[in-house]
Ligand binder design. Structure first.
Ligand SMILES: [Zn+2]
Ligand SMILES: [Zn+2]
Length: 269
């Protein structure tokens, strides 16, 4: 098993002390076979915190040093935040460096941040969800330089709403368009376990969406903790496996050199 969504001190919102070797030590304790680091790159980010972009030449040197010291399987992914104006920079980054996995995520919609609430101003619950999914559809249609779409219904974390569920039938057309596009482009989705500890108190995406992805023929699934501290590595993976089985999946994909290798869920952990 490998946790395929983790952040180190190279991510501006992660623990300032969490190094590659901290994750290696945690992974060894958990009996995992490797680690995958997926630090943030959000080009053209409105939030000043995320405006400095990682120097990947230095980053890969640092990874090599950690690999040499630990003799452990350290894979390098990246979590790219999609914005329309950043497509060229995303392509260039992905084509320049030898990533093992590229996660594509939406952190901003129309330049607005759901985290600070500005995105929700003047939108109903339904409108905020619909516009988010339209942006997801645009991202995965316009961008080819990724492997996995991250935290699928991330929008349910934010907004001042009681209701954090998405009724599939209310957004069926756009969700189906997204899932069918991902399937036809041979891209996958992740089950992201960070939502259990935070809002919406469940994994992303909801099981209904996982079931729908499976029913439409989707088969590329990764599991990620979205850890921003080494102590969160592999959090709730037992629950993730249960949910995936219930949704109909029998295998997960572990990525290396951006190629998925499939392992039966029963043989993991
Ligand atoms: Zn993210
Ligand atoms: Zn993340």
């Amino acid at each position: 098993m490998i946790d395929q969504h983790t952040h180190t001190l190279y991510s501006p919102d992660a623990s300032k002390t969490t190094t590659f070797l901290d994750y290696v030590n945690q992974a060894k304790q958990r009996g995992f076979s490797g680690i995958m680091v997926t630090d943030h790159v959000d080009f053209d980010c409105p939030d000043p915190l995320f405006q400095s972009i990682i120097d990947y030449t230095h980053y890969f040197e640092d990874v090599l040093e950690a690999k040499t010291k630990s003799n452990f399987d350290i894979r390098v992914g990246v979590e790219l935040g999609y914005q329309r104006q950043s497509l060229g920079k995303i392509k260039q980054l992905v084509q320049t460096y030898p990533f093992d996995l590229v996660l594509l995520s939406i952190h901003y919609i129309d330049g607005l941040d759901p985290y600070d609430g500005s995105y929700f101003k003047g939108k109903s619950h339904d409108e905020s969800i619909q516009r988010y999914f339209e942006t997801v559809y645009e991202a995965i249609t316009q961008c080819d330089d990724f492997d996995i779409f991250g935290h699928f219904d991330y929008i349910t974390r934010y907004g001042d709403f009681e209701n954090r569920t998405i009724a599939l039938e209310d957004h069926q057309e756009i969700i189906d368009s997204i899932l069918l596009t991902l399937i036809s482009k041979q891209k996958g989705i992740e089950i992201n376990m960070s939502g259990i500890d935070e809002r919406p108190k469940r994994a992303y995406p909801s099981i209904d969406i996982l079931k729908r992805y499976h029913a439409l023929g989707g088969s590329i699934i990764t599991i990620g903790s979205d850890a921003h501290h080494e102590k969160k590595l592999g959090r709730h993976f037992d629950i993730a496996i249960k949910i995936l089985k219930e949704a109909g999946f029998q295998e997960i994909a572990l990525f290396k050199n951006r190629i998925p290798v499939f392992y039966p869920l029963d043989e993991l952990l």
